[in-house]
Design a binder for this molecule. Sequence first.
Ligand SMILES: Nc1ncnc2c1ncn2[C@@H]1O[C@H](COP(=O)(O)OP(=O)(O)OP(=O)(O)O)[C@@H](O)[C@H]1O
Ligand SMILES: [Mg+2]
Length: 443
Amino acid sequence: MGGSEGENCRSVFSTTSDCRKMAAQTKKQTRISPFDASSATEPTGGHSLRIPDEEVHFSGQLDPGQVELIKRLYHFYKSIIQNINAGLLALDFHGQIIFANRRAGSLLGIAPRELLQRKFQDFLTNKERNSQLAGWLRVPGKRIDNIEVHLRRADGKDIIAGLSISPLEDTRNHFSGVVLLIHDLTETYRLRHQVERMERLALLGELAAGIAHEIRNPMAGIKASAQILLESLPEDDYRRQLLTRIIREVDKSNGLLTEFFTFARPTRPKANFHNIELIIDSVYLLLAPRLRNRKIQFVEEFEEDLPQVYVDEHQIEQVILNLFLNAMDAMVEGGKLTVRTRKRELSLVEQKQAGVKLSGEKLGYVLVEVQDTGPGIPAHLIDKIFNPFFTTKPEGVGLGLSICTRLVEENRGKLDVVSKPGEGTTFIVALPTFSRAIPRGKP
Ligand SMILES: Nc1ncnc2c1ncn2[C@@H]1O[C@H](COP(=O)(O)OP(=O)(O)OP(=O)(O)O)[C@@H](O)[C@H]1O
Ligand SMILES: [Mg+2]
């Protein structure tokens, strides 16, 4: 048993007066290991202790069996104190730290043993030092439950902590200091802020969706009026161009609103089993004339015997279409667009990571790779391209990839990208081949 365990042990017993008495009976110096049978020679006054399933009574000299029991007790309490998910500190009258468990050390960014040379004050921010807290630590018998305080770690980083204070008593029940229980609330705070921000964004989204909806009606009126005017003008009237322009701009704005709606309120997928090859082919047929005009060669490399994917075919069609359009935009000088498919079954470990387990079906995916020979995406932009409204195109809206991500995830898949500047970009869509997965932990 090392020196630090000895110190911990001393402090462990100081929290339980019975244990403390027993420890004192088994050693002369509390700082050294108390569980040396040779030192267990002093008579005891007689104590009853309860540890799980065991009632023990001591009287007279401690025999080796009793020493063994004390050892077990020691490990029992030590294990509780070291393993609780909260920092535990004991301070004496002067605020000097006399015990620290492991978690207290990790919370305050310092080894527990080094904490024993410090005062708790050292870990308070300036604001806290001048607050009521400093006084409470010295008030005998004061109990405080879960107040929020700002602590400064040894590395200078501030954390928000929940702190409970209870009195520490000596063997004669005299006040001898305080016990502090510390919970790190920094992550809780971060999550709380994130939720608040998301709620605000959701509200903003709803407002925007409402306004967008209202804008559609007058636009329909503008378009209808322009069309009537257009039909009433003779073929060679120069004003026809102006009206055609109005109609085109209205259509463009409508398209934008449709994209916005898809983003703001994606419809729930109506999933079924489909052949991914057929979905890809239908998108290709739509774009074939444009691909030819742009001198883009189209190559399909489909793996044989692919399982069907369980997806909403219209949503996945939209995803593939968006990826094709992006690839075409990237290959202004022509190039090669390759679509590859292959199947992939998840290992047990991956299933665990994905948080799904299956009943009866295999947990597999079909991967669809859409590869172009465009200029690629610079490293500093790769994390940004999935953000809504991020675009590098003069006419772009920047919603294509965020809609794709949303749709793929709604279909329980995943969208990834690999890009080598100068060589090209590959988007990888993973689509499930299983109809349902039960999140782990649920029946
Ligand atoms: N295949 C690709 N090669 C190179 N860059 C790409 C590729 N696909 C996407 N990008 C980059 O990611 C950005 C975002 O793409 P996204 O599809 O979300 O929006 P967009 O194409 O700019 O506009 P739109 O809303 O009309 O689709 C693009 O502006 C482009 O910079
Ligand atoms: Mg796009």
